[in-house]
Write a protein that binds this ligand. Structure first.
Ligand SMILES: [Zn+2]
Length: 243
């Protein structure tokens, strides 16, 4: 069963707490991404400016790396009969000019991704393993179910039918920078959402813990260095710990 409000967000660092109950993810029978094919959108003119353009390149490099990294290997403990989690790939990236709404809600993002898939030949067409990351520019607030970025969360992933996507507001508050550089905050939050979107692409229907949420929620803002990047720890049932 789908929990009423599955946790699919990265909380603010100030709200990241130890699990309320001993954590254990259980599989709910839904799909998983066995070889995540990640396409990146950088939405808004601001991404063409120098500071953000540099970040965009570094985020591309990060995804190239992380999708074939030990972070993917460690997810294989969650393999089930129909879904064996392996390496993925970055299928492309694009900067889309114009201005997103100052408050981009979940429907705005869904519409943006669907419009891009339908009309932009540079965008990879969806497969059962596709995951679209939408990076928002500075000054744009993300909104989900009445919650907002920098008030309640720092990023989330979701689905619209079999369209899987993650939304990454630009980290502009202490709670979402978390004492890191902007780039490190983005890779940490991206790794959190990536691992969750792989193991629970339809929130609450893949691997989930009713008390503690998804694989990344249990370990929010606990980070490690991997290949020179900052990534978030993820919950391991096998180790009974964040690894
Ligand atoms: Zn999460």
């Amino acid at each position: 069963m789908r929990p009423p409000n599955p946790i699919q967000i990265v909380p603010l660092r100030t709200e990241a707490l130890a699990p309320v109950a001993p954590a254990r993810l259980t599989y709910r029978g839904g799909p998983m991404l066995v070889s995540a094919q990640v396409f990146l959108f950088f939405w808004g003119d601001a991404w063409q400016q120098d500071a953000q353009a540099g970040l965009m390149q570094r985020l591309n490099d990060f995804f190239e790396y992380v999708l074939t990294s030990p972070l993917m290997d460690q997810l294989s403990e969650y393999d089930v009969q129909d879904f064996k989690i392996g390496h993925g790939s970055r299928t492309g990236a694009i900067a889309v000019g114009g201005a997103p709404p100052p408050t981009a809600n979940d429907a705005d993002v869904q519409r943006f991704v669907r419009d891009q898939i339908a009309s932009n030949p540079a965008v990879a067409q969806p497969t059962p393993n596709s995951l679209y990351f939408v990076f928002l520019p500075p000054g744009v607030t993300s909104e989900l179910d009445g919650s907002s970025s920098c008030v309640n969360f720092c990023g989330y992933h979701n689905n619209d039918g079999d369209l899987y996507y993650a939304v990454m507001p630009y980290p502009e508050c202490d709670g979402c920078v978390g004492g890191l550089s902007v780039f490190d905050a983005l890779t940490s939050t991206s790794s959190h959402e990536l691992c969750e979107a792989i193991t629970d692409p339809v929130p609450g229907q893949g691997y989930y813990d009713d008390a503690n949420g998804e694989i990344g929620d249990i370990c929010s803002w606990q980070t490690k260095q991997l290949g020179g990047y900052t990534v978030q720890l993820e919950w391991s049932n096998q180790h009974g710990a964040c690894v």
